[in-house]
Design a binder for this molecule. Structure first.
Ligand code: ADP
Length: 682
């Protein structure tokens, strides 16, 4: 028997392994099973090259549980005593401090970086044995034992068969790994697609109401997962089945891409376009990353562009460095190439579906939209490709490419300054009447009702030249797309003032909502009253809701315009009625106001060109008094209008109808409206 010390420069590596790899210690199984797979693959290669005369025989790897042991057995190439000494006893190690500082939180990094694969066994075992016999002719079987201190023993032993058994004597605090379901789930997580059959126990079947073991090995893996096979041999159903196997709870995918590159890097895999439900975050990071069929992680962040983390499926590449930090990953040249390659493949695929089967593309657009929009918003090179197949949808459900849409609206929706105006709605029901009005005028209205559309609108405004997006309810129809400078038939100042005073006085007071009342001449056939909200103000508030640091806008009240159509019969009627009802009260006040004004104007005129000190104090005082007087009279006049307005059911009814049309009539105001309406039709 030989004794020795494992060649580590630190005093004792095992406590370090245990302590710092604690969170991830389940990966020991992955490491041991993939070592067994490697040994098996190497043997196959030797046989195929004629360097090994042995029969391969059954190469199944067995994972088995004893009372306090886990054993991984392979029939691979085995190890000689010299090889154990070379590969197992001497681990290259750097100083402990370096090790701790650098890799504190990342078990994968330590294990890969230091070739610690085998030693990860000590994360769960207090003692490990390697019982192995090399494929080499006349090789002597040997048993290596180590109890977790740097000391090991190595001795000759009996072993009939070629290959290696790794026996772990499981630590008391790791007993969970002796439970069958735990190992079973670890095997299916890490070893599900390894290229050599792996058996864990025997297949079970139901007999007389009980589960009994059969003679047959329970093979836990698929040695030829779909991505390793030739696309030409595969049918749609195969891809769909594989997707169901990977994500049993998900809807059928929209379509998929089978990746297969050998140069300048190795990459295989299948990416699926899932049906992305409303919540982006829930759909993120479902791509599984493999390295030669060994499961590594399901977080491909940093390896593919952000928007592609919405895809599902598997990527398998030995060229992605696994043992480095995520930030380093992004600067790795292979990772960059892989990322660019995948982006290109994805856009090519979308482009080809768009070209060859536009109908299918449109049918799937609602599911694809979020993904493509997200890509365009975050990835410049994706925008450049996607701009040819990304679609806009109008409120009638028709689809257009950016170019098609531009051609569609060019003639009719260019304003007097040559800016192309894109009209949109974000709620077909709430903005129904605005949409209808715009359509009746021959405009087209886009539907932008998706969670990313606020951002998409801003993006497109920046990308397109001389283009502005404005929501259908952001202004009156004539002003949405201003075709010519204002006509002469403006509403008279007097009418404007009276109307706005009366209507403003009757608007229900709502918290955080303010109205600016104005009268315009919108034509006899337009609605008597409508509510608009400035595009700019609304967008600021919307952005504030999604962006930090803009809370100023978020706190501002919602500002709306209540636009009265002075051409409409009902509004005209209100004015004539008011005139009749108020004239006797208003006339004397107005007369006084006119007098005040005349005197005020005269004084001001006489002061023109004079310096302040040249104006007599008495005149200054008179002016102050006149201003005060004027304010009082104005308040008095407004009170007359307000009093009248409060008794005029038409004013209230018109206001409420406008509010109702915008879903803003609620609570007491709604109740009053209903009662008043009943009174009006009684
Ligand atoms: P790595 O696999 O990264 O080289 P490990 O610590 O896992 O590092 O293994 C060290 C070496 O031990 C391997 O390179 C291999 O030569 C040998 N080895 C480990 N497990 C086996 C096995 N089951 N059969 C044959 N050789 C093995």
């Amino acid at each position: 028997m030989q004794k020795g010390n494992i060649g580590v420069t630190t005093e004792n590596i095992f406590p370090v392994i245990k302590k710092f790899l604690y969170s991830d210690h389940e990966i020991f199984l992955r490491e041991l099973v993939s070592n067994a797979v490697d040994a098996t693959q190497k043997l196959k290669t030797l046989i195929s090259m004629g360097e090994c005369q042995e029969e391969a025989g059954d190469l199944t790897i067995h994972v088995s549980l004893g009372k306090d042991t886990i054993t991984v057995s392979d029939r691979g190439l085995g190890l000689t005593a010299e090889e154990i000494d070379k590969y197992i006893n001497h681990i290259a190690f750097w100083g402990e401090n370096y090790f701790l500082d650098k890799y504190k939180n990342d078990a994968n990094a330590i294990i890969g970086h230091f070739g610690l694969g085998f030693y990860s066994a000590f994360m769960v075992a207090k003692k490990v044995e390697i019982i192995t016999k090399s494929y080499k002719e006349g090789a002597q079987a040997v048993k290596w034992t180590c109890d977790g201190s740097p000391e090991f023993t190595i001795e000759e032993c009996d072993k009939a068969d070629r290959g290696t058994d790794i026996v772990l004597y499981v630590d008391d605090d790791c007993k969970e790994f002796l439970e069958e379901p735990r190992i079973s789930s670890l095997l299916s997580k890490y070893c599900r697609f390894l290229p050599v059959p792996i058996a864990f126990g025997k297949k079970k079947e139901w007999k007389d109401g009980k589960q009994v073991e059969t003679e047959e090995d329970n093979i836990i893996n698929d040695t030829m997962p779909l991505w390793t096979r030739k696309p030409s041999e595969l049918k749609d159903e195969d891809y769909k089945k594989f997707y169901r196997d990977l994500y049993p709870m998900s809807d059928e995918p929209l379509f998929w891409i089978h990746l297969n590159v050998d140069y300048p890097f190795h990459l295989t895999g299948i990416l699926y376009f899932p049906k992305v439900k409303s919540n982006i975050e829930l759909n993120r990071n479902k791509i599984q990353l493999y390295c030669n069929q060994v499961y590594v992680t399901d977080s491909v962040e940093g390896i593919v562009p952000d928007f592609l983390t919405l895809l599902h499926g598997v990527l398998d590449s030995p060229d992605i460095p696994l043992n480095v930090s995520r930030s380093y990953l992004q600067s790795d040249s292979n990772v960059k190439k892989i990322s660019t390659y995948i982006t290109k493949k994805v856009s090519d695929r979308l482009q080809s579906i768009f070209k060859n089967d536009r109908k299918q593309f449109e049918e799937k657009w609602n599911d694809l939209k979020i993904f493509i929009d997200y890509g365009m918003l975050t990835q410049e090179d994706f925008y450049d490709r996607a701009k040819d197949f990304a679609l806009l949808t109008d409120t009638d459900g028709k689809f257009y490419t950016f170019e098609e849409y531009k051609t569609l609206i060019k003639d009719n929706q260019t304003d007097k300054d040559g800016t192309l105006i894109y009209l949109y709605a974000n709620n077909k029901d709430e903005q129904y009447s605005y949409i209808e009005a715009a359509k009746n005028k021959g405009y087209n209205v886009l539907l932008m009702d998706d969670q990313l559309d606020i951002a998409v609108v801003s993006m497109l405004e920046q990308k397109f030249e001389k283009v502005r997006f404005t929501r259908v309810d952001s202004d009156t129809l004539d002003n949405l797309i201003a075709k010519e400078d204002k006509k002469g038939d403006e509403v008279q100042a007097h009418d404007r003032e009276v109307l706005s005073t009366m209507f403003k006085s009757q608007l229900p007071k709502t918290d955080k909502t303010e109205f600016y009342v104005m009268a315009q001449s919108l034509g006899e056939n337009a609605l008597p009253v409508m509510i608009t909200q400035s595009e700019y103000m609304r967008r600021m508030k919307e952005m504030a809701n999604i962006q930090a640091g803009m809370s100023f806008y978020g706190d501002m009240p919602n500002m709306f315009n209540l636009v009265l159509n002075a051409d409409h019969k009902l509004v005209k009627g209100v004015l004539t009625d008011e005139e009749q009802a108020c004239v006797s009260d208003v006339a004397p006040v107005q007369q006084e106001m006119d007098e005040v004004n005349t005197r005020r104007d005269a004084l001001k005129k006489s002061h023109e060109g004079k310096k302040d000190e040249e104006i007599p104090t008495a005149e200054k005082d008179e002016l102050t008094d006149l201003n005060k007087k004027w304010d009082e009279l104005k308040a008095k006049k407004d009170a007359i209008y307000t009093d009248y307005a409060s008794k005029n059911p038409v004013i209230k009814q018109l206001i409420d109808l406008a509010l109702l049309q915008n879903g803003m009539l609620k609570g007491e105001a709604l109740d009053k409206f209903v009662k008043r309406s009943i009174d009006l039709i009684k």
